[in-house]
Write a protein that binds this ligand. Structure first.
Ligand SMILES: [Zn+2]
Length: 199
């Protein structure tokens, strides 16, 4: 006995999501079947809108529904600091901490020769351009994850930026080695930002 086609399709779609195996996908698919029509319509619309309305900010690379993004447009943010993260979701983590009021730049990953990711595959050139165009910036804080690739990327950026006379700092390692900043609690992150060191 096969799953009816629409359910099979749903199971297959759920299985494309990270961390979801067949068993969970089956459970979610049958749950979805029992949702009411309005909830299903809202769910479908939210999914479609992620592709139709979201884009990357042309300045910082953040995911946004307006370009430039809310943070880049905000004149009350501290224009002297740019905090560099791997992914847009890392910005949300830093913002939840509520202690950092500077600007951001999203790399879109880290240097990883094995995966064919060099500087040209990351938003490095746009960062350098930003630094050249904006003399107010006096510190770049590198908040890549505490993985070997994250460390190598931090060192690479430091060598690239420091000759311009801009201070380059790295988050302190209250963050455990190998960990992603998205899993850090707010107090750990707060301490990591406060205790950042020059590299
Ligand atoms: Zn932006």
């Amino acid at each position: 006995m096969q799953y009816p086609e629409p359910i099979a399709k749903l199971i297959d779609s759920y299985m494309h999501l990270p961390g979801i195996g067949r068993k969970t996908a089956v459970r979610l698919a049958y749950f979805t079947v029992n949702m009411d029509k309005t909830d299903i319509a809202n769910f479908a619309e939210a999914l479609t809108e992620t592709k139709d309305k979201l884009r990357y900010c042309s300045i910082c690379g953040n995911l946004t529904d307006e370009d430039p993004c809310e943070i880049c447009q905000d004149p009350t943010r501290d224009q002297s600091k740019i905090l560099v993260v791997e992914q847009p979701k890392d910005i949300m983590v830093m913002e939840r901490m509520k202690d950092y009021h500077g600007l951001y730049h999203v790399l879109g990953g880290v240097l990883s020769p094995i995966d064919g990711k060099g500087p040209d595959e990351l938003n490095v050139r746009s960062l350098i351009k930003r630094l050249q165009a904006n003399e107010a910036v006096n510190e770049v804080i590198i908040a890549t994850n505490a993985t070997p690739e994250g460390e190598a990327t931090a060192m690479y950026l430091s060598k690239l930026i420091k000759p311009a006379g801009i201070k380059v700092t790295r988050l302190a390692h209250g963050l455990s080695v190998g960990s992603d900043i998205e899993y850090a609690d707010e107090m750990t992150l707060f301490k990591a930002v406060q205790g950042r060191t020059e590299i």
